[in-house]
Write a protein that binds this ligand. Structure first.
Ligand code: UDP
Length: 364
């Protein structure tokens, strides 16, 4: 495809709108926080101008943030498929889009990372084009419908992590698969590790941490748990159900410390009960040389090379996790790092996003 040279060479002015369910750096927003940070960092490195808009109190290294006050949105995954769309009073999401409306003339492209109805509904009312990056699979009928309308009216403007995620939507064919990527220089390769397992993620029912705890109990292998405590009752129930399991909840760590701890583990267990859209923790583990044992479901099933960089096992079967743990010696940790380098670098992610942005602008 031939592209006008002015656009391919031009430094773009990009306005990135973060998730409204949590502050950047809090962990409440899950993997999309890391994705926003990585896109901002890589686009800056490529000479584009970036402004990030996020709930007040957000932090993201050296990158400046336009902080917006207001109440956070309730995460879509805690609502039912048929639930009506709801907003808190003084919603930060609406405030972020009010701000965006007033500054839109200063930007070439708005990039929306909110998994929410409002930004899709507002799209036709904006003069500035909007790219929507969707970070989860289908969660609500009402949201699916408005996303579909945007996908049809503004072709090419919907981006997703993976094909499995796209397949949950009625507009799967209209989605651009962009994958994920990380700054590999921040993740240190560890050639060996003691017999310790790790589990990394939001402590919430859709992640089925209890299955990893059960596998730890059955194998007697210690399990270290890292991540945002999103559902304290859920965690207490796990502790009650598995009092003998050799597990430790360590807390939520910034990337630099998380990767240090990750590298010291023999394997990462991923136990998604839901359709995991990607699973950034999988590629973070691989970058440290840590094999990934996951249910064959969603993003991890597209990432893990079964038998080479980890194992994919039958979903919701703890016995499969246990069997895979016993085969960990078959995995070469160098192969894990090599896969991360070959497929999940920030440069590769930047190429895909940049092409997506330019295609949207070229098509107008
Ligand atoms: N994470 C972190 N510190 C921790 C545990 C997790 O920064 O102690 C981050 C991790 O780096 C990843 C995110 O939490 O970016 C979890 O994202 P993932 O895509 O795996 O799942 P999601 O929460 O989006 O469902």
């Amino acid at each position: 495809m031939v592209r006008p040279t002015d656009l391919t060479k031009k430094s773009l002015k990009l306005l990135l709108l973060s998730t409204p369910v949590g502050l950047l750096g809090s962990g409440q927003g899950g993997g999309v926080e890391l994705t926003v940070q990585n896109i901002a960092q890589e686009m800056l490195r490529r000479g584009h101008q970036i402004q990030v808009v996020a709930p007040a109190g957000s932090a993201m290294g050296d990158i400046s943030i336009q902080e917006i006050p207001g109440n956070l949105q309730v995460p879509a995954q805690t609502q039912g498929q048929d639930n009506p769309i709801s907003m808190p009073k003084n919603p930060v999401l609406a405030n972020m889009w009010d701000y965006t409306r007033t500054v839109q003339a200063d930007y070439d492209l708005i990039v929306n990372f909110a998994f929410d109805w409002l930004p899709f509904y507002l799209t036709p009312f904006f003069h500035c084009p909007i790219a929507h990056f969707i970070s989860m699979g289908s969660m609500s009928e009402a949201l699916d419908r408005i996303m579909e309308q945007v996908a049809i009216r503004f072709p090419g403007t919907i981006g997703v992590y993976t094909a499995s995620q796209a397949a949950t939507f009625p507009f799967a064919q209209q989605c651009c698969c962009l994958g994920s990527g990380i700054d590999l220089s921040l993740y240190e390769f560890c050639a060996s590790a003691p017999l310790t397992l790790t589990w990394v993620g939001r402590i919430a029912p859709e992640k089925a941490l209890e299955d990893a705890v059960a596998a730890s109990q059955m194998t007697g292998m210690p399990l270290k748990i890292f991540g945002k405590m999103q559902d304290e009752d859920y965690w207490q129930q796990i502790c009650q159900d598995y009092p003998e399991a050799p597990v430790e909840y360590v807390g939520f760590f910034p990337t630099a410390e998380l990767q240090q701890q990750l590298g010291k583990c023999r394997a990462l267990l991923m136990t998604p009960r839901w359709m995991e859209a990607f699973g950034n923790v999988a590629i973070e583990a691989l970058a440290c040389g840590v094999p990934v044992i996951s249910y064959r479901r969603g993003g991890p099933a597209e990432i893990v090379q079964d038998g080479k960089t980890g194992f994919l096992v039958k979903p919701d079967q703890v016995a499969g996790l246990v069997e895979a743990i016993q085969r960990l010696d078959e995995i070469d940790r160098y192969a894990c790092r090599r896969q991360a380098e070959a497929e999940y670098s920030l440069e590769a992610l930047g190429d895909r996003f940049e092409t997506w942005f330019q295609d949207i602008l070229n098509s107008r």
